[in-house]
Design a protein around this ligand. Structure first.
Ligand SMILES: *[C@@H]1O[C@H](CO)[C@@H](O)[C@H](O)[C@H]1NC(C)=O
Ligand SMILES: *[C@@H]1O[C@H](CO)[C@@H](O)[C@H](O)[C@H]1NC(C)=O
Ligand SMILES: *[C@@H]1O[C@H](CO)[C@@H](O)[C@H](O)[C@H]1NC(C)=O
Length: 573
């Protein structure tokens, strides 16, 4: 990570024995309370009384913005059909298609990541023929066998989340019987159970925090892949970041509800207990210090931010308060922790850009820090934050969070609006107006200086990887505020993606969002494309685009909670 100095050992890096005992006690109590919670099965499925009594979606739609914009929704649906059929014809069964060459890749254990991850998008769009083909594949996969190590985080959010969401959509009556039979529904749930059980060894650590990888053949957790272990070599034990430890509670909560087996929610709760109930020093309330030692639960580094690697922990902390049953003993704890973290984010990490020579407008971005360094750099991933903050502002009736969220969303919008492709870069930097000590990360190359001069920020990674976060936040903003401008921004982004990403076999990633003229590239201009299409393109980017233009009653935020991979779960309380 450019800009970061090395960690210095501080007194907090040591593991005080008393603290460890305290943590162990907390874990035992946690465990006891969860078991207790599931003691009486009759209290399990009682109605849908939202605990905080807040309706999430806009209640007073004006100018028809709550109704579908059929024409635009159809254009997005066409893009999904194109994406599906190119994959079907050229890469069926492999994890992902290579959208430029038409080849395929299987880096997600080869279970057909695209098929499982995109199925819920097919459901919402009503693409029943495509769904039937996908379900046919899903029920035949052996999710317990793979030649590669399994990444519990990616596997949980893409595969397990996709499977349990399909069952939830079926049970909610969203899927007609002639598209998916009851038998197929049961088989999908069995697949989810088989996969979740195979992932079980991930949680087999003294703290319950997950191992970075699982070896399915040996049913055991593995410290790390050799290629990434070197960066962690300085640590005594395996370490993990908050997103990887804290992004399994939604999927496993749903699986526990669907099966009646408490083990899934229990293990996922223990997995993030050292984050939620941390007894270690924290500089700012609610902000996790990372990475964290999975054996002791102690933070061994001091990185703090809501960006990639930490992001979905905060997202799940908020969303579990909408998803968990109202008798969950930890709801108020989760809510309080989220509110503290959101306050810290606003007070210490929201950073306004200073005026640039040719751009006097100032924008709000999200920075990061550790104990020695403030890093004025945000990535596209952090554009999820406006959506989650807006959800909280409505659910918890905290209006100030909503104002903060919209300012951040305008910052993300500015990164899209400033490039020639009208798509924002993967990462960028800015000169903060206040609140930092020299030296600061500054533009150095000619290009960086030019970008900064023109728009008040400069790209530090000019790629577009098909990511959804900006669109995702536009979806929340539209559904929650009812303002028409968010649909316009989503349409601007979609037309730009159609124009620049659409490739012979799908939608490619862009090598440089600032270089759109074919003459700037060698050959026929293929160099502008990266031959990759991650499954989140179909699972999230296209889904959130379509939902932004569809009728606001479809997958209403008053009834559904979306996972970090865009899979909707029923809010049964
Ligand atoms: C929950 O449902 C059960 C069984 O239907 C019922 O006996 C119980 O009184 C309900 N509890 C509440 C709080 O409504
Ligand atoms: C739950 O966690 C235990 C370790 O505490 C592990 O052995 C077991 O396989 C896990 N089960 C599931 C379903 O995650
Ligand atoms: C509805 O349209 C009017 C007139 O065009 C505009 O002033 C107003 O801001 C719109 N309301 C919303 C919520 O978009």
């Amino acid at each position: 990570m450019p800009g970061f100095r090395r960690w210095s050992k501080s007194k907090f890096d040591k593991n005080p024995t008393g603290t460890f005992k305290l943590l162990a006690a907390v874990l035992v109590i946690t465990f006891y309370l969860i078991i207790k919670e599931f003691e009486d099965p009759t209290v399990r499925f009682n109605g849908s009384v939202p605990k905080y009594g807040a309706k999430i979606q806009c209640e007073h739609w004006t100018n028809g913005t709550g109704r579908a914009d059929e024409e635009k929704a159809d254009k997005v649906r066409e893009a999904m059909k194109y994406t599906f059929w190119k994959y079907r014809e050229n890469a069926w069964g492999s994890d992902d298609i290579l959208p430029v060459s038409g080849g395929s890749s299987s880096s997600r254990n080869g279970w057909g990541a695209f098929i499982v991850d995109s199925a819920t998008t097919l459901v919402l769009m009503g693409l029943w023929d495509e769904l039937a083909l996908s379900v046919e594949h899903i029920v035949t996969v052996d999710f317990t066998k793979t030649d590669d190590l399994v990444d519990p985080f990616e596997t949980t959010i893409r595969y397990l989340g996709g499977l349990v969401s399909l069952v939830d959509l079926y049970d909610a009556g969203v899927i007609p019987d002639n598209a998916v039979s009851k038998d197929a529904r049961d088989a999908i749930l069995q697949q989810a159970v088989a996969l979740a059980n195979a992932l079980g060894p991930a949680y087999d650590t003294p703290t319950g925090m997950p191992w970075p990888r699982v070896d399915f053949a040996q049913s055991k957790g593995i410290a790390d892949l050799p290629s990434v272990s070197s960066q962690y070599a300085k640590y005594e034990n395996p370490v993990i970041g908050p997103a990887r430890a804290g992004s399994s509670i939604l999927e496993n909560r749903v699986l526990t509800r669907l099966t009646g087996d408490p083990i899934y929610a229990q293990n996922a709760t223990l997995a993030w207990a050292p984050l939620v109930w941390s007894k270690w020093y924290r500089k700012y309330n609610g902000m996790i210090e990372a990475p964290i030692d999975i054996i002791t639960g102690a933070p061994v580094g001091r990185q703090r931010h809501w960006d990639g690697g930490h992001d979905s922990y905060y997202e799940y902390l908020m969303k579990i308060t909408l998803l968990a049953p109202t008798f969950d003993p930890y709801l108020s704890r989760y809510r309080e922790k989220f509110s503290l973290a959101a306050g810290s984010l606003r007070n210490h990490y929201a950073s306004r850009s200073a005026s640039a020579p040719d751009h006097t407008m100032q924008h709000l971005f999200l920075a990061r820090d550790d104990d020695q360094w403030f890093l004025n750099k945000q990535s596209h991933l952090a554009c999820f934050a406006p959506g989650t903050l807006l959800l909280a502002s409505k659910a918890y009736a905290q209006e100030n969070l909503g104002i903060f969220a919209l300012a951040l969303l305008e910052g993300c919008r500015h990164t899209y609006d400033s490039t020639p492709s009208k798509i924002g870069p993967e990462a960028w930097s800015w000169i903060p107006k206040f609140g930092y000590d020299e030296p600061i990360y500054s533009p150095t190359t000619h290009r960086e200086k030019e970008e900064w001069r023109a728009s008040g920020f400069w790209s530090t990674d000019a790629r577009y990887k098909g990511r959804p976060e900006y669109i995702e936040s536009l979806f929340y903003a539209h559904r929650i505020t009812g303002e028409a401008r968010f649909r316009e921004w989503a349409w601007d982004a979609f037309t730009a993606m159609e124009k620049h990403c659409k490739a012979p076999y799908g939608y490619a990633q862009l090598a440089d969002v600032y270089k759109v003229e074919l003459g700037q590239w060698s050959g026929e201009g293929e160099g502008r494309w990266i031959d990759m299409q991650e499954s989140f393109w179909a699972a999230e980017t296209l889904k959130y685009l379509w939902l932004t233009f569809s009728d606001a009653n479809i997958a209403s935020l008053d009834r559904w909670v979306f996972s970090t991979e865009g899979h909707p779960f029923r809010m049964i309380r």
